[in-house]
Design a protein around this ligand. Structure first.
Ligand code: SAH
Length: 355
């Protein structure tokens, strides 16, 4: 049995499935899921993420969080959380960079939210020597101040896709026809969650919603509002999304989303407007959505690169220069990736971000 066989059997019983159900099965099926069964990062994997490109990424995010913790009076204890930590590289760089912030490590209770047992094992290795706890979901984070980081986490959450038809919508679904998994459309239905999109869309436009993001964000924002803290959310996407952003990647190249379920990475762009609104409803302030390149430059990535460069030469120096460019240049990750900060209404945004 493969994931494909499992999906076909499921469609046979229940009928065509939503894109969200499909993504969920492909990424996190306990036996066959993409994340559950492998470590997909790096040059030999399917894609590379900012913390895997350079140590500077995790270091600067860590210093922004630590400064925000100092700005709010250094509360102790507090939760230092990461959502979807991948190989654990970001958290390892963050912890190394904040070692000399007085009291920060002593007060931090490190919690990693990770659904994949394979990646939990990689994180355990990367963070050996640190007292780390794992949780499957955000909803049971401790009731105390929370400083949190999430890089390329929200883009891995399942989305549903709807095609506008008059004042109603048809959901895009995945069925099985002529021996292949294929996209189709469900029946006309009204969607209360999409009422606000009737103003800025036309017949035939495709809109995505990520239902899984709402309770996660609400739970983070409630803690920050009630106990203090901040969150840095970094991802592909923009303020209000339009169009089909479901993307499959294999071996660093675009792939077909339906051909080899469970063998390719699936992501969708993040709609930062929705995240900001959920945060606001929970009483939390949010920053401007800021391009990653601008954010890292404000935090001093060029100075950090120069100081690292002083100790390097030859190929390692070239790698550093390329990494700096990749993370910040508007035509590379600098503009495609955005940063959203959450913080209490009475506090200042984490460094690198503006209100
Ligand atoms: N932040 C890392 C990895 C990004 S990939 C980096 O930047 O390198 C997405 C990560 O989120 C993986 O660790 C994946 O296993 C995890 N993940 C995906 N969906 C999840 C979910 N619903 N709950 C918890 N973790 C999830």
């Amino acid at each position: 049995m493969s994931l494909r066989d499992h999906l076909i059997a499921r469609i046979d019983v229940d009928g065509p499935m939503s894109v969200a159900d499909y993504m969920n099965e492909c990424l996190l099926n306990p036996k066959y899921g993409y994340y559950t069964t492998r470590d997909p990062f790096g040059a030999g994997g399917d894609f590379i993420t900012a913390p895997e490109i350079s140590q500077m990424f995790g270091e600067l995010l860590g210093l922004s969080l630590a400064q925000s913790w100092l700005d709010q009076g250094s509360p102790a204890p507090f939760t230092l959380a990461e959502l979807g930590p991948g190989r654990g590289t970001l958290m390892a760089d963050l912890l190394r960079a904040t070692k000399s912030v007085p009291g920060f490590h002593a007060a931090a209770q490190i919690v990693l939210v990770e659904a994949s047992p394979t990646l939990q094992a990689a994180q355990q290795q990367a963070l050996a020597g640190y007292p780390v706890q794992w949780q499957d979901t955000v909803t049971d984070l401790p009731d105390q101040p929370l400083w949190l980081v999430a890089n390329e986490f929200f883009d891995a959450l399942p989305i549903r896709q709807f095609l506008r038809d008059g004042k109603d919508w048809r959901e895009k679904r995945i069925g099985f026809k002529h021996g292949e998994l294929t996209f189709g459309l469900g029946p006309l239905s009204s969607q209360a969650a999409l009422n606000h999109r009737l103003d800025d869309t036309q017949d035939g436009d495709l809109v995505e919603i990520c239902e899984a993001a709402t309770p996660i964000l609400a739970s983070i924002a409630q803690r920050i509002t009630q106990y203090g803290g901040a969150a840095l959310i970094v991802d592909y996407g923009d303020w209000r999304a339009l169009g089909d952003t479901l993307q499959a990647l294999r071996n660093h190249k675009p792939a077909d989303a339906l051909t080899d379920p469970g063998q390719v990475d699936l992501t969708a762009h993040v709609d930062f407007e929705v995240l900001a609104q959920v945060a606001q409803s929970a009483g939390c302030a949010y920053s401007r959505v800021t391009p990653q390149g601008v954010f890292l430059e404000r935090l001093g990535i060029t100075a950090r690169a120069n100081s690292l460069a002083a100790t390097l030469s030859g190929a390692t120096l070239e790698t550093l220069i390329t990494a700096h460019q990749r993370l910040t240049h508007p035509q590379e990750m600098g503009n495609l990736f955005k940063v959203l900060g959450l913080y209490p209404n009475h506090a200042t945004p984490p460094p690198g971000l503006n209100a």
